[in-house]
Design a protein around this ligand. Structure first.
Ligand SMILES: *Cc1c(COP(=O)(O)O)cnc(C)c1O
Length: 400
């Protein structure tokens, strides 16, 4: 299943599922067994010491979980993959396994909220130096990397203003100083972007989002260079942030339709972004697929599609958002993203709730911003829904 001629949509369905399952089942079974038995002590010993393939105990590995790990490994063109109970499990295990006292990490200011909490609150307590750069200032990031560092941590597109970071350029800078490059690829998905092919060593996914795609299971994935994945796996099997078979099955099932969903979500998000861009009630639209987006040229180079998440600022303030959002009918007002149903919320109450207004302004997040994660609904219905909410907002404003 490593052959390059297999396309992503095919790999998403078949990876990890080419063998024959019990009773000829055509879908990988959910194996909830905690332990796996052996009749032969030599065979058991060979598996336990890693000399033969097999399963021992589900905190380490599990057949259902392995199916999912194979899917991401193939889709990201990686040597190896491992999994975690959540996306944050993947991020924290990776950082804590690869860093230690005296090590230095260079990253960007716009990482996912949980990752930035690790950088600001937790890693420094272990004697790890953290440098967070202006997200799109590539010259400044390169200068910090050149000072010497052990790990470069990137995310692109970022949350919630969809800033774009040049993975190839910064991976090149990291290679010169021997730093490991880790990319959180959650927003793009492997259908739209493959960081390893651009020079990254490791790729992280919150599988909770687009990979699962149905908002009904949580998981995290890490894939990339075999020696690095093994190091993180050794830490995870001991600290116990392991993925269970049930959510692994749901995520693997979701991944079978990943390409279909992403193709649709790419197309719908672009249409919605273009539509909103011309709307008189909308101040600004953030979507890397728009030619006016500052990261558009880099995005075009490194992405096959621009993703299913966009954000837009209304003319007005937070009160405008408060009155606008409940008028939308085809949207769950909820955190998270990447689901079959459209999800929306303001960063002020979701991802950036802990920041002050001044801190949000510093990150370029307007108070009237709405993050809109496009689902797989018919795009004409979504546009009509946005349209009715925007026009009733305008009517209200005229009335005032
Ligand atoms: C949601 C998210 C995470 C964290 O994933 P969980 O599964 O919620 O722990 C990490 N990175 C990005 C970009 C995310 O959107």
């Amino acid at each position: 299943m490593n052959s390059p001629e297999i396309q992503k949509g095919t790999a998403a369905v078949w990876a990890g599922e080419t063998g024959r399952f019990l009773n000829g089942a055509v879908t990988a079974p959910i194996v909830n067994s905690v332990a796996f038995s052996y009749e032969d002590l030599d065979e058991w010993h060979a598996v336990a010491t890693g000399q033969s393939d097999g399963y021992i105990y589900s905190r380490n590995t599990n057949p259902t979980v392995h199916v999912l790990e194979e899917k991401i490994r193939i889709l990201e063109s990686a040597e190896a993959a491992t999994s975690f109970a959540t996306g944050m499990g993947a991020i924290s295990n990776t950082l804590f396994a690869l860093l230690g006292p005296g090590k230095r990490v260079v990253s960007i200011k716009d990482t996912y909220g949980g990752a930035s909490r690790l950088f600001l609150d937790f890693l420094p307590a272990y004697g790890i130096e953290v440098m967070l750069c202006e997200t799109t200032d590539h010259v400044a990031i390169e200068a910090e990397i050149a000072k010497g560092c052990d790990l470069v941590y990137l995310e692109t597109p970022t949350n919630p203003t969809l800033k774009i970071v040049d993975i190839k350029r910064l991976s090149g800078a990291a290679r010169k100083v021997g730093a490991v490059v880790v990319v959180d690829n959650t927003f793009a998905t492997p259908i739209n972007q493959n960081p390893i092919l651009l020079g990254a060593d490791l790729v992280i996914h919150s599988a909770t989002k687009f990979l699962c795609g149905h908002s009904d299971a949580m998981g995290g994935l890490l894939c990339g260079k075999a020696d690095l994945v093994k190091k993180v796996f050794s830490f995870r099997e001991i600290n116990g942030a392991s993925l269970q078979a049930d959510p692994a099955y749901l995520i693997a099932r979701g991944m079978k339709t990943l390409e279909l969903r992403i193709e649709r979500q790419n197309a719908s998000a672009l249409r919605i972004a273009r539509h909103l861009k011309t709307h008189p009630a909308v101040e600004d639209v953030f979507y890397p697929g728009l030619e006016t987006h500052p990261g558009h040229d880099i995005a075009k180079q490194q992405m096959a599609g621009f993703g299913g998440v966009l954000s837009f600022a209304l003319k007005g303030d937070y009160d405008t958002v408060r009155s606008f959002l409940p008028k939308l009918k085809l949207v769950h007002l909820a955190a998270s993203l990447g689901s079959v149903s459209t999800l929306a919320g303001p960063p002020r109450t979701t991802s950036h709730v802990e920041l002050t207004e001044a801190q949000r302004a510093q990150l370029g997040i307007p108070e009237s911003l709405i993050r809109y994660s496009v689902g797989i609904e018919n795009v004409n219905d979504l546009i009509a829904d946005l349209e009715q909410a925007l026009s009733s907002l305008q009517t209200e404003n005229i009335a005032v």
